[in-house]
Design a protein around this ligand. Structure first.
Ligand SMILES: *Cc1c(COP(=O)(O)O)cnc(C)c1O
Length: 383
C-alpha cells in the first residue's frame, strides 16, 4: 500500500530505543523512576469530577455539542481571561473550544496556510507546530531557542527569503521543553515583527498557571490589545490535571478563529457537553486548586533542583512549567540511556524536541518529593 507522502516527511521517532529499554527494565521488575512524560500524576480534583457526574445525568448533554463550544463554556473562558490577564474577549467570535489544545494547534495550518508558505516554529519545541505544518503542506523555518538568548527566538536572524513567505509564527511561553518565560517587551518585539511581515502570531499558553515565586505569565493579548493578528492556545490539561479529558481553547483574532472554526466544522463535532460542563466548573471554581497545585510543583522543583545542584549538575530554578531542562555533557540520547541503564531513571533527550535541544535533557516533575530525592541519589552514579 502507498500512503500520503507527507507522512514520510515527518521525522523518525527518536525515542524508540529508550522506550524499548524502559519497557524491558519495567518487565524485569526494576524500580523505574519515570520523569519522561509531561503528564501530571495527580488526579483531576474532586469538585470537577462531581460536576462531570452531575452533567452526565442530563440527557440534553448526550447529543451533538455545538462545534464552537457551549455559550456557557465560552462565557466562563471570557471571565477567566478577564480575571487572569485583564483581557476582554467576545465569547461570540473570539473564543473557540478545542478537543485539547493540540487539536487546534495542529489544525491551524490546515485552516490558514497555502502551499509555498513557511511557518516559523521553535526548535527545540513541542512537535505539533512543526509536524502539523508539514502535514498541511506548508514549509517550516526552525527558529533556534538558545540559552544565550534566554531560549527566546532571535527574530533578526530569520532570513528575508523566509520572511517573504512566512505565515504563522508559533510561540510557546512558558515554554516546553526549556521552561523559559517571555516578557511583555519580548511580545512587543514579536508584534512589531509580525506587523511588518504580516504574520499570524500563535502563542501556546498551556503552562500559564504553572508558575512560581510570584511570577505571572504574560498573555500575548495583553500586548496585542486590538487582537490584530494574535491568537492564544490554552488547555485545561496541565492546569487542572485533565490531560485525558481533551478540552482546551483558542482565543484572539476573530478572522483566524473563524477560519479555524470553519475548518473544524468539517472535521469534528465539538467536545462532549458533559466535559464542557465540568470544564466550566474547573474554570469558575478552580483558583484555589491552582494554588494547591502550584505549591505541590514548587516543593518538587525545589527538592529536585537543589538535589541536582548538590551533586554538581548545572541547573536553574525555573519560574514556570513543571520541567527541568538540564545541560549535559555530550549527547542527550547517550545521557538518557545511561540514566536508564545505571540508575533506572527515565528522562527525555533534548534532541527529541529538535536539533537545538541537543546537549540537554528534560525531566518532568511528575512524582512526589521522595521519589525525586531518590532520583537524585541514583543520578550520582552518572557523575
Ligand atoms: C501539554 C501541552 C499542550 C496541551 O495539550 P492538550 O492537547 O491541551 O492536552 C499544549 N502545548 C504544549 C507545549 C504542551 O506541553
Amino acid at each position: 500500500m502507498r500512503f500520503s507522502s507527507k507522512l514520510s516527511k515527518l521525522p523518525p521517532y527518536l525515542f524508540s530505543e529508550i522506550d524499548r529499554a524502559k519497557r524491558e527494565a519495567k518487565a524485569k521488575g526494576k524500580d523505574v523512576i519515570d520523569l519522561g512524560i509531561g503528564d501530571p500524576d495527580q488526579p483531576t480534583p474532586d469538585f470537577i469530577i462531581k460536576s462531570l457526574c452531575e452533567a452526565v445525568k442530563d440527557p440534553s448533554n448526550h447529543r451533538y455539542a455545538m462545534d464552537q463550544g457551549s455559550p456557557g463554556l465560552r462565557n466562563e473562558i471570557a471571565n477567566w481571561y478577564r480575571r487572569k490577564f485583564g483581557v476582554e474577549l467576545n465569547p461570540e467570535d473570539e473564543i473557540l473550544a478545542l478537543i485539547g489544545s493540540k487539536e487546534g494547534i495542529a489544525h491551524l495550518p490546515f485552516a490558514v496556510n497555502n502551499s509555498g508558505e513557511i511557518n516559523l516554529v521553535p526548535n527545540p519545541g513541542y512537535p505539533p507546530y512543526r509536524n502539523a505544518s508539514i502535514l498541511a503542506g506548508a514549509e517550516v523555518f526552525e527558529m533556534p531557542l538558545l540559552e544565550d538568548n534566554g531560549f527566546l527566538p532571535d527574530l533578526k536572524a530569520v532570513p528575508s527569503s523566509v520572511l517573504n513567505k512566512a505565515k504563522i509564527i508559533y510561540l510557546n511561553y512558558p515554554n516546553n521543553p526549556t521552561s523559559a518565560t517571555a516578557t511583555y517587551e519580548f511580545f512587543q518585539e514579536v508584534l512589531e515583527f509580525a506587523e511588518k511581515y504580516d504574520l499570524i502570531v500563535a502563542q501556546d499558553m498551556a503552562y500559564s498557571e504553572i508558575v512560581y515565586d510570584g511570577y505571572r505569565a504574560v498573555s500575548i493579548l495583553e500586548v496585542d490589545k486590538e487582537k490584530r493578528r494574535s491568537i492564544e492556545f490554552h488547555s485545561l490539561s496541565k492546569t487542572y490535571n485533565m490531560t485525558g479529558w481533551r478540552i482546551g481553547w483558542v482565543c484572539g483574532n476573530k478572522e483566524v478563529i473563524g477560519a479555524l472554526a470553519k475548518f473544524k466544522s468539517n472535521i469534528d463535532s465539538g467536545i462532549f457537553q458533559v466535559i464542557q460542563d465540568a470544564g466550566i466548573t474547573a474554570l469558575r471554581d478552580g483558583d484555589d486548586y491552582i494554588r494547591t497545585m502550584q505549591a505541590i510543583y514548587k516543593t518538587r522543583r525545589n527538592v529536585f533542583v537543589e538535589g541536582l545542584r548538590s551533586i554538581g549538575f548545572d541547573v536553574d530554578y525555573p519560574k514556570a512549567t513543571f520541567y527541568i531542562w538540564m545541560k549535559v555533557s555530550g549527547s542527550s540520547i547517550e545521557f538518557a540511556k545511561q540514566a536508564l541503564e545505571k540508575a533506572d531513571i527515565v528522562c527525555t533527550p533534548g534532541v527529541g524536541f529538535g536539533k537545538y535541544g541537543e546537549g540537554y535533557v528534560r525531566f518532568a516533575l511528575t512524582l512526589n518529593p521522595d521519589r525525586l530525592k531518590e532520583a537524585v541519589e541514583r543520578l550520582k552514579r552518572l557523575r
